[in-house]
Design a protein around this ligand. Structure first.
Ligand SMILES: Cc1ncc(COP(=O)(O)O)c(C=O)c1O
Length: 331
């Protein structure tokens, strides 16, 4: 089977497994794991922030990142299909006591005029105040769309002007970086805090980081433990992340090229594919999924009329060409 359901399905390569096996480790709750420290320092540096904190999942990184900006009873604004709004099972309300309001954009983009309208200043004990604005780059459910740097910079300027913070869900920020050539530090500069994942396109088996100020990270370290995310000899996992940063960033360009190939075969305009995710619109998504499976390709329905194809480390050019032939036949 050629599995295009998600880029989280990758298995560690032999060389990644070797790096993990030989990782120097210590007890990370004591702050004594040198490999975790190295990963945290490196990722903080890449985004031009003071500190970073390694944790098991992107969902936990988002929860701790958003709660560092938004107090209970305050709100965060985000796009309507943002992962924090749709796919974290209400974690931000359940754990952090915050509310959300959303704007709708088919490509998951920053819509500054609408955000201006939504923004609620603190008016005392009458209305929920907006504490932060969250953006997702790339935007998963908008088909891996990249958010242009200029839009993010305008948002930063607006947020600073009104005293709001900016959170970036950068689960796939590496894809945005490779697709556009924008340095990671430029993305880092527009956000007070980011969540970034090693377990998506980068191909590590586990791991995400929250990136931000030293103070925010010190507080998040307490919350990570409180939520049961304090891990011990986790340098074994951090080593996979370091290996991925060394070997799996630039190659994301291959995933992006494969995604365009698949889009074309499935009848989706490849010009709308920015990175490694393709959303194919069909009158009957379930029928498309079943026909693809019949042809040896696994794809994921993401709505009654939408199917998602995701390219990743374990999809070779040959796999992409075979899958494209299957889609062309269905089309
Ligand atoms: C955009 C985005 N943010 C956050 C996450 C959460 O990551 P995790 O599955 O590690 O909790 C995902 C997962 O796919 C995602 O696509």
């Amino acid at each position: 089977m050629i599995d295009l359901r998600s880029d989280t399905l990758t298995r560690p390569t032999e060389s990644m497994r070797a790096a993990m096996a030989h990782a120097e480790v210590g007890d990370d709750v004591y702050g004594e794991d040198p490999t975790v420290r190295a990963l945290e320092d490196r990722v903080a540096g890449l985004f031009g922030h003071e500190a970073a904190l390694f944790m098991p999942t992107g969902s936990m990184a988002n929860v701790l990142a958003v709660r560092s900006l938004v107090a209970p009873g305050q709100e965060v604004l985000c796009e309507s299909r943002a992962h924090i709004a749709r796919a974290e099972l209400g974690a931000h309300g359940a754990y952090s006591g915050i509310t959300m309001r959303t704007w709708i954009n088919a490509r998951g983009q920053v819509d500054l005029p609408v955000i201006r309208d939504l923004f609620a200043p603190d008016m005392g004990p009458f209305f929920v105040p907006t504490a932060a604005i969250s953006v997702e780059n790339t935007h998963n459910f908008a088909g891996g769309a990249v958010l242009p740097l200029a839009d993010l910079q305008d948002l930063r300027e607006f947020a600073t002007g009104v005293g709001a913070a900016v959170h970036m869900d950068g689960a796939r920020i590496w894809n945005a970086h490779v697709a556009t050539g924008v340095p990671l530090a430029e993305y880092g500069a527009v956000a007070d805090v980011l969540a970034v994942c090693l377990s998506k396109g980068l191909g590590a088996p586990v791991g995400s980081l929250m990136v931000g100020s030293a103070d925010a990270i010190a507080e998040a370290r307490i919350w990570r433990k409180r939520m049961g995310g304090g891990m011990r000899q986790t340098g074994i996992l951090a080593a996979a992340g370091l290996h991925a940063l060394d070997h799996h960033v630039e190659r994301l360009a291959d995933d992006h090229a494969h995604a365009k190939l698949l889009a074309e075969a499935a009848g989706t305009d490849p010009a709308t594919v920015d990175t490694n995710i393709v959303v194919v619109e069909r009158s009957d998504a379930a029928a498309f999924v079943a026909a693809a499976r019949e042809g040896g390709v696994l794809v994921a329905p993401v709505g009654p009329t939408a199917v998602r194809l995701v390219t990743h480390l374990d999809i070779t050019r040959d796999d992409a060409e075979k899958a494209a032939a299957v889609f062309a036949k269905i089309a």
